[in-house]
Design a protein around this ligand. Sequence first.
Ligand code: SDX
Length: 435
Amino acid sequence: MSKQMVTVIDHATGKQVDLEVLNPTDGPKTIDVRKLYKELGYFTFDPGFMSTASCWSKITYLDGEKGILRYRGYPIEQLAEHSSYMEVCYLLLHGELPQADELHTFEEGIKDRSMLHEAVKSFYNGFRRDAHPMATMVGVVGALSAFYHDHLNIHDPEQRIVSAMRLIAKMPTIAAWSYRYAKGWPFVYPRKDLSYAENFLHMMFASPMEPYDVDPLFAKALDVIMILHADHEQNASTSTVRLTGSSEANPYAAVAAGIAALWGPAHGGANEAVIRMLNDILESGKPLQHFVDRAKDKNDRFRLMGFGHRVYKSFDPRAVIIRQICHQLLNNLGPQGRQYQKLFETAMELERVALEDDYFKSRNLYPNVDFYSGIIFLAMGIPLNMFTVLFALSRTVGWISQWNEMMGDPQSRIGRPRQLYIGETERDYTPMEAR
Ligand code: SDX
């Protein structure tokens, strides 16, 4: 089949270049601009990467107009209903759904790696008790490379998988210990008789004074939430992991960079910001329309947190599922869930009011993955400052799968964008006495 080409013509010089159109298996085609600068002397200009594909990938596919999200071709709705987070981790990392024995071996491999070197405990003592757990996560995950020099040959596929398993396995322990340290509680070790989600909740809330049984409702809800957060194409934190890894930095440093990028309220920090926004709304006693109007006011920095998305211009499919989980969980909790019902009802009413407003409709601004997730975390007893930690914990498999895919690509090279320079042209140094 002949190649499809597009031609760029420089009308100032009459020079032109034919660029190949690269065909996807799904989604938009891309124009291969790699030779544009060499042949025509121009860079492309695309701050925020609104129209730029930074890489090829086989892992996750999004269609923002249709609200489609697929991991390795499987629709997120089917994975959320039928799969488990461990099975999704295997799928993202290895590309296929596992056989039963493969899944068992994978899960045992994760459990066997869920402990931390005892020396890691002393890292926590270097943080203030009131340090945000995301700061602790960045520090401790980045420092993990100090413990694993034996498996840091990033060009060895098997050693890349060992590093990936280690990161997936240790994140719940690191995250839970961040919380325990802030509370001044003793660290709780992972247990092999518990599932991934059960282990995290156990390490978060178990007390040495009495037995702690994980609520199966919470464990199941958390497992699905982690599936929904596991990967999401080339978002800001995943792109950060890829760019960091492209310099051949070790995977622990690359994931630590991803955690830092995720922390921002425009990205993974939005789940925490949504609850703060909802509480502010409830405490203000003002009508929802007042806040919708503020979100529309260009002179007001206030935005509806948990609303809008760079890719989804229709419902974020994850938000639809999370809203259902939230509804079911609060109902199943009965009186215990009632205290969060007001938050949930306010969120649903805010969604209704905003989606009836032309400002939001005309800009295709819908609830995203962060809009309802925090209410579920609160119902589980997880504190506000741990919400983004949970996002980072869940997304680690996506980050490290994308890193592994990039490092396995023989054409992979260090990422090094250029710029549109608009600064001073050349000028001579002016001695102090002449300034
Ligand atoms: C995540 O990329 C991913 O895949 C991320 C993520 C993942 O799984 O990795 O999905 C996770 O980060 C979800 C997003 C969480 N962030 C928030 O909920 C913060 C609130 N949302 C906005 O800050 C914003 O919508 C972004 C950051 C999510 C998207 O920003 P864009 O794509 O740069 O959109 P934009 O800022 O260009 O907005 C377009 C217009 C603007 O108005 P105009 O200039 O056209 O007049 O929409 C407006 C914006 O002012 N707008 C909002 C709004 N979001 C966009 N107005 C009010 N409230 C909002 N939330």
